[in-house]
Every structure is written in structure tokens, then in C-alpha cells.
Design a protein around this ligand. Structure first.
Ligand SMILES: [Zn+2]
Length: 499
């Protein structure tokens, strides 16, 4: 059907005159407003030469009749979502700024008839489609300002985005190298949206709402599944742990958990075994990593040690005593010792020379040495025989001595040190054949074997938590032994996986 502009005008006038007075007022006001919008060009539309970059798309508005009939907005320019929800050709995942535009358009359509309405919807769809998304990888030395500048945005935009409403916009100040940002610009080259995945579960969203930015954070639900693993040691605890499918931090956590009871550097023997239940995390059915160790057991030279994680994040023995004690069994991390264990497949005991009054730990020069317990430094000096050395006075008449450092850490005589604090680095200064730590443990001035000496008993769990812990411990140990038994029955006489 063809009709002239004159008949259209006539018809419109007729409709207009039949409307109530109030509606006519609204139509006149909104028409004036629309006319003003058409006349005044937006400042962003005045492109400077600097704004034009090679490879950057510049939106040029086309008159409606130039567009081929039934033109579909470029869907590829829409944000790539895993589950795009599209209804009536209008994506429901609209940006707040666009949703707002749509509402003004709906007001307008009430007055302008079907034709006008069709044009307006087309406009909204175009606006959505015209959002041009880019993925940017954070480079070394990058900041939000640098990234946005590269994309052609102004410093004002950076400021507005980084001060977006909502506390989480602060996270944009700590971008990590390799992080990926998704940034969308609208047809006026304004930054319309930004997505910053913070982790495998969390994403920060920044959206242009009106003329300011708003931020919010979305978290995916993490599903926790319990898992079980075990191993038998043939060369080192590290290798056995890795073969059992534990990751580095789990192996370290496991050793730390029992580090007050077992010297992982020297006391692990071939045939020692361990069993562990731990958390595995899943997001939308996809494995994203391990969680905490829930219960662990190690059989060391025939002696069984067990630890259970309580709700406070600490580990306790089944009778409710903290695994943490006043002294670590070894002042060096076992992982530095295990490397030599692996190289020369000798029995570990041969590496220990229990002559004189202490224990020697053979380790690479520079291996960190930590204070076995809290105390006060009584000596931090150099001598012909000891080389660089540190003595620490602890409570209850205990003194520990550390000799032959390559160099001392920044510890001074009279200084208080904490258990686990680095006090020096393995070396061969003084009377030493090769790099090693010579470690002594004295009780009331008498040398004792630090690996076997009876150490002060750890404090039990607080009385008010005792019942809760006992219940949890029973449950955790049952799960652990259940998994062990299931394994034994299926395994029969198969060889256990190990290193
Ligand atoms: Zn020695």
C-alpha cells in the first residue's frame, strides 16, 4: 500500500485531534524534546582526527530506508555468552543503559503509532548490536588507564569506570598479568560495559547506567565433592604425594600438618604410607581445583599419626589435641632434602651423620633454615668452627643451635623470633666439609636428639568445642577408613600406585 505524506499527515492530525487534552500535551512536549535531540549533535559525534584509528570501527548512522529490508543487527557484535537468552529478537540480557533507552522509546511509541514503534525497536536492536566487544589481555606493567587508553578511551572514562558505584570497582586497581578484560563500546564510542573475570567463580561487571557507571559482582556456586587418595613411599614423600595425585600445595600442607611430629626431611622411610580425604571443587560440573584436606593419616616407621580439620581451619589429633606444637621436628623444609633423597637412592639414614651433639641436614647452599620454635636470639655471630651461626633461647630451658650458615637472615642478638621464621641459609662456613645445617637441641644444657626428644604437649581443643569436634572427627575418620577399606578390598593384592 502506498500513501502520500499528505494523507499520512491528515490521518495523524485526525488522530491527534481526537485525543484527550492531556495526551496532546504529552505528545507536543515529547516531540519538542525529540526535535531538540536531532538538532543538537552529541559531543562524542564530533570525532577528532586523533580518535580515528586503524582497525577501529566508527559507527555512521544510516537513514532507515538505506538499510535493506529485514536487516538483522549483527549478532556477532553482541556479547558472546554461553547461554544467550533471546526472545522476540531482543536479547533479555540488556545492559541497563539500553534498557533505559527502550523505556523512553516505549513511551514515544504510544504517541507515534505502529510505524514509529517499529523504527524505535529497530533502533534499540541496532544499539545492542552496535556494542562492539573486545577482549584485552593484561600485559606486564599494565593498568586500567593504559588499557583503556590503548582502546582509545579518555582519562575521564578511566576515572569514571574505576570509581563506578559499588565497592568491587576497587578490584580494577589490581589487575594481574594475563587477566582478560572484555570491554564493549556503544555507537558513540562510549565505554558501555566491562567484564573482568576475577576467578573461576567470580566476575566483576561494570555497566554504563545513564551517564555514570555501576559495578556488581557475580559468583558462580561452587560444589564441593569429597575425594580420597593414598600412597606408599618408595623414594620420597614428595614423589609419593605427586603420584597419588596431590598437588604441590596439598603435599606441603600435608607435611606441615604433621611437621611437629615427623621430621619429613630425615624420618620418612621406604614403605611408609599415607591416606587422605580432601575436597574437590566444581563449578557447573567442571573441576576447578582442590580444596582443603579434611582428614589425613600417615604411617611413619610403623607409627600411625592422624589429623582432622576442624571448622576453625586448624588440624587436631583424634583426641582433640592441636597438631601445632611448640617445636617443629626439623628446621628445614623437607622438600629441599628430598631432592637429594631422589638423586642418590640411598637409605635416608645414611645422609644423617649423628656424630657430635647434633643432626646434620645436607641441603643445597642457600636453602632457608627456620626457627624451630618461638624464642629469643642469644647469639648471632661468626666463629672459626661454627661459621655463621644462630642460637635461640626458648621457654622451659630449651635452647636450639644452627651452624654453618652461608649467611644469616636479618636476625640480631636479643631479637624475638617466631616459629617458622627464616633465620639463615644453609652453607659450609666454619668447619664443614660441604653445605649442610648442623642443628642442636639442648634441654637444661644437655644435648638431646631433636627428632626423638619429648616435646611440650600441645593444648587440647577448647572445652566448648570438644563435643562438636568429637562428632566431626568420628565422621571424618569413618570416611577415611571407609575409603581405605574399599580400596583394600578392590585392590586385593594389586600393587599400590606409588612413585
Ligand atoms: Zn654437624
Amino acid at each position: 500500500m502506498k500513501f502520500s505524506s499528505r494523507t499520512l499527515f491528515k490521518k495523524s492530525l485526525e488522530i491527534f485531534q481526537n485525543l484527550p487534552k492531556q495526551h496532546r500535551g504529552i505528545i507536543i512536549a515529547s516531540s519538542c524534546f525529540l526535535l531538540l535531540l536531532l538538532i543538537i549533535p552529541s559531543s562524542e559525534e564530533n570525532l577528532d582526527v586523533e580518535d580515528i584509528q586503524v582497525g577501529k570501527r566508527i559507527q555512521v548512522a544510516l537513514p532507515e530506508d538505506i538499510m535493506p529490508a529485514g536487516t538483522i543487527p549483527r549478532q556477532s557484535a553482541l556479547p558472546q555468552r554461553s547461554t544467550p537468552k533471546v526472545t522476540n529478537n531482543t536479547t533479555t540480557e540488556q545492559l541497563p543503559s539500553l534498557a533505559k533507552n527502550q523505556s523512553t522509546q516505549q513511551d514515544g511509541s504510544l504517541t507515534s503509532g505502529k510505524l514509529q514503534r517499529k523504527v524505535k525497536i529497530q533502533d534499540t536492536k541496532e544499539e545492542l548490536a552496535n556494542l562492539s566487544w573486545q577482549t584485552v589481555k593484561v600485559r606486564n606493567g599494565d593498568s586500567l588507564a593504559l588499557i583503556l587508553k590503548r582502546l582509545g578511551f579518555t582519562a575521564q572514562t578511566t576515572y569514571a569506570v574505576s570509581t563506578a558505584k559499588g565497592k568491587d570497582s576497587q578490584l580494577l586497581k589490581r589487575l594481574n598479568v594475563g587477566d582478560q578484560l572484555r570491554i564493549a563500546s556503544n555507537d558513540t564510542q562510549q565505554l558501555a560495559a566491562l567484564e573482568y573475570p576475577l576467578s573461576k567463580t567470580d566476575t566483576l561487571f561494570i555497566n554504563l547506567v545513564g551517564d555514570s557507571y555501576q559495578s556488581h559482582r557475580e559468583s558462580k556456586e561452587v560444589e564441593i565433592r569429597e575425594s580420597f587418595s593414598y600412597g606408599t613411599i618408595t623414594s620420597s614423600f614428595w614423589n609419593a604425594g605427586a603420584s597419588a595425585g596431590l598437588n604441590d600445595s596439598q603435599i606441603i600442607n600435608f607435611a606441615n600438618m604433621f611437621g611437629w611430629d615427623i621430621d619429613f626431611a630425615l624420618d620418612i622411610r621406604e614403605g611408609d604410607s599415607f591416606h587422605v580425604t580432601f575436597e574437590k571443587k566444581y563449578v557447573e560440573g567442571e573441576y576447578i581445583g582442590t580444596g582443603d584436606i579434611l582428614a589425613a593419616e600417615i604411617t611413619n616407621q610403623g607409627e600411625v599419626f592422624q589429623a582432622i580439620r576442624f571448622t576453625d581451619g586448624e588440624y587436631y589429633s583424634p583426641d582433640g589435641r592441636s597438631m601445632r606444637k611448640a617445636f617443629l621436628r626439623a628446621p628445614v623444609n623437607f622438600k629441599y632434602i628430598s631432592s637429594s633423597f631422589k638423586r642418590n637412592r640411598r637409605h635416608p639414614v645414611t645422609k644423617r651423620v649423628q656424630s657430635h651433639n647434633g643432626i646434620d641436614y645436607a641441603a643445597k647452599q642457600g636453602t632457608p633454615v627456620v626457627a624451630a620454635g618461638n624464642g629469643k636470639v642469644t647469639h648471632a655471630a661468626y666463629s672459626k668452627y661454627n661459621g655463621y651461626y644462630v642460637f635461640i633461647q626458648h621457654g622451659n630451658g630449651i635452647v636450639t643451635k644452627y651452624l654453618h650458615f652461608y649467611k644469616r637472615a636479618a636476625v640480631k642478638k636479643g631479637q624475638r623470633v617466631k616459629q617458622g621464621q627464616v633465620i639463615g641459609y644453609v652453607g659450609a662456613t666454619g668447619l664443614a666439609a660441604g653445605p649442610h645445617l648442623h642443628y642442636e637441641f639442648l634441654l637444661h644444657g644437655v644435648h638431646r636428639n631433636p627428632r626423638t626428644v619429648k616435646l611440650p604437649v600441645a593444648k587440647p581443643i577448647a572445652k566448648k568445642y570438644k563435643a562438636k569436634f568429637t562428632l566431626l572427627a568420628a565422621k571424618r575418620l569413618e570416611a577415611l577408613s571407609g575409603a581405605k577399606n574399599a580400596l583394600l578390598s578392590t585392590q586385593a593384592n594389586d600393587i599400590a600406585p606409588n612413585d
